[in-house]
Design a protein around this ligand. Structure first.
Ligand SMILES: Nc1ncnc2c1ncn2[C@@H]1O[C@H](COP(=O)(O)OP(=O)(O)OP(=O)(O)O)[C@@H](O)[C@H]1O
Length: 240
């Protein structure tokens, strides 16, 4: 497996508050990797550190062989890391298509286009002239993913794809994952739903209190191990 992204001993702070304590994560080319863990475990903070939204100067974040720690967010985006933020954040005054086209600014060479986004999310075709906010939550999530893909990223980061969505909609969205990978994009997804993470990911990392407490391929991890890593050994009964 060729390594696409590798963090070593990554830390993150909000002022004096330390949110990450030495996180080592690897994403290989073509892999789908899921981050799981309870609220406040540090998953979003990890993504924010990768994308340059939190300072990472002097740290070790290797992306395609370069250390991108400390780079400005737009430089990281241009290098090929695109983020689908938690809460989708569409532009209310713009149509679906205009929201998608915004993602194409500073576009890199690659397979993604409006047509290709409509191909993986056909629900959006009939809505393309509607305001982005006049959509269901699931459709908004599709636009947010499509917008990120329009820049032709090598690595797509998704924060809480399924938050607040109905199971059928979540299934529709996750069905796009293999199609995204076919385009050559690797995926790093934060997913609260452990079952969903296990179903979609090649490998998962579990966070607790700013540390990685477990990692591996879904088939190699037991429910017991996951519960202990997710809640801490003393509370693991809760996960059953
Ligand atoms: N802007 C911020 N300022 C200060 N502390 C923050 C900020 N954002 C997050 N934190 C703290 O950092 C820690 C990690 O939060 P983070 O949002 O990364 O967790 P998470 O695993 O993504 O959980 P969630 O599912 O709730 O988003 C928490 O203790 C949280 O309270």
């Amino acid at each position: 497996m060729t390594t696409l992204l590798e963090t070593r001993n990554l830390t993150a702070f909000y002022g004096d508050f330390q949110a990450l304590f030495g996180v080592d994560i690897t994403v290989g080319q073509g892999e789908t990797v899921a981050l799981i863990g309870s609220n406040g475990a540090g998953k979003s903070t990890f993504l924010r550190t990768l994308t340059g939204l939190l300072p990472a100067k002097g740290q070790d974040i290797r992306f395609e062989g370069q250390n991108i720690a400390g780079w400005a967010a737009d430089r990281i985006h241009k290098a090929g890391i695109a983020m689908v933020p938690e809460g989708r954040r569409l532009f209310a005054s713009l149509t679906v298509e205009e929201n998608l086209l915004i993602g194409a600014s500073g576009k890199r060479a690659g397979p993604w286009s409006l047509e290709k986004v409509y191909e993986i999310f056909p629900d959006l075709i009939a809505k393309k002239n509607n305001p982005g906010t006049a959509l269901s939550g699931g459709q908004q999530q599709m636009v947010a993913i499509g917008r990120a893909l329009m820049s032709n990223p090598t690595l797509l980061l998704c924060d809480e794809i399924s938050l607040g969505l109905a199971p059928k909609v979540i299934k529709d969205i996750y069905e796009a994952v293999p199609l995204i990978r076919e385009g050559g994009t690797s995926i790093l997804v934060v997913e609260q739903d452990v079952g969903q993470a296990m179903a979609v990911a090649d490998r998962v990392y579990c966070f607790m209190e700013g540390r990685v407490t477990l990692s591996g391929k879904p088939a190699d991890l037991t429910k017991h191990q996951i519960a202990a890593a997710y809640f801490g050994a003393k509370n693991e009964g809760e996960a059953a």
